[in-house]
Design a protein around this ligand. Structure first.
Ligand SMILES: C[S@@+](CC[C@H](N)C(=O)[O-])C[C@H]1O[C@@H](n2cnc3c(N)ncnc32)[C@H](O)[C@@H]1O
Length: 284
């Protein structure tokens, strides 16, 4: 067991690296969370101090492999099906309906920071329901889910969930969309996975590092409960990457505790059904 009392300088070096690489900030209790996640990594590599770990991440030949390990441990992946349902309804009833009337191509939606896929699948279910309810005006859609954490992406592709992920689903919803495979374990039915795909991606990456498969343009981008974990600089980088991929008349959906008001001049809040989302300044 190592003596775990990193100095402020050690912390600063590591926090700067995490901010630069992933856009993430760790203040207050978040630093305690980070310490508990980092200690096992430092020990697993046979290192004795945070400064040694920082140096490992900078110069060791295996540093990229360790940075991938870090992606698995530094993120908060809390999520569940049908979270903030008014936003899902606004997407289905406002954005998708208008899109079906005016476009022949599928609606493209990005779930950025999708964790284990609950958000992306909830979007697909709501869009499929809206399309079925419109009879002759049926439309199609694609949903891309992206996340920094490769373990969450693998989980999303499996589409098997435990009870906490279904906490907002009543009995009818569970029976309709899921098959129970064991006590407290549910699998999303195959037909609700259609049109949804998952890829690893880093919202803090430079624009030239972005996967060309994620070019969009996306008609709606969900980035909910992600930017709260970002530094101010990381937030601006991530929002710029997302706006580069958003359709000219697209919408950006953020979590309830996230706001771009007084932070960005290129987007403005607009009302969509019962919710506030962001649109390009010139499109509003
Ligand atoms: C709290 S979850 C939110 C999940 C979902 N959007 C929701 O609202 O339920 C935050 C997700 O953002 C992801 N994330 C954090 N930093 C990221 C980055 N730099 N690039 C992509 N995803 C990131 C985390 O891995 C995590 O799965």
């Amino acid at each position: 067991m190592i003596a775990w009392v990193p100095s402020e300088l050690e912390w600063k070096l590591l926090l700067d690296l995490l901010e630069e690489r992933f856009g993430l900030a760790f203040d207050g209790v978040r630093r305690e969370f980070l310490a508990s996640r980092l200690l096992p990594r430092v020990e697993a590599l046979g290192l004795r101090a945070l400064a040694e770990y920082h140096r490992y991440l900078l110069v060791h030949p295996e540093r990229e492999r360790e940075l991938t390990q870090l992606r698995r441990v530094v993120t908060n992946n809390e999520t569940y099906f049908f979270r903030e349902p008014a936003q899902l309804t606004a997407l289905a009833d406002e954005v998708f309906l208008r899109h079906m009337r005016t476009h022949a191509r599928p609606l493209r939606v990005l779930s950025a920071g999708c964790s284990s896929g609950e958000e992306a699948y909830s979007i697909a279910i709501m869009l499929a329901r809206a399309s079925a309810a419109r009879g002759s005006l049926q439309g199609s859609f694609v949903v891309d889910g992206i996340d920094l954490n490769p373990a969450r992406i693998e989980h999303a592709q499996l589409a098997a969930y435990d009870e906490p992920s279904l906490r907002a689903c009543d009995t009818r919803t569970r029976q309709r969309y899921f098959a129970q495979v064991s006590a407290g374990r549910w699998e999303l039915r195959a037909r609700h996975r259609a049109g949804v795909r998952f890829l690893e991606a880093n919202l803090a990456a430079r624009t030239q590092e972005w996967n060309p498969e994620l070019a969009g343009p996306y008609d709606a981008i969900f980035c909910r409960n992600v930017l709260i974990y970002f530094s101010e600089r990381g937030l601006h980088r991530a929002v710029s990457r997302l706006l580069e991929r958003m359709a000219p008349r697209g919408y950006l959906f953020l979590g309830h505790s996230e706001s771009l008001v007084h932070r960005r001049r290129d987007v403005v809040p607009v009302r969509l059904g019962d919710v506030i989302v962001y649109a390009r300044e010139e499109a509003a």
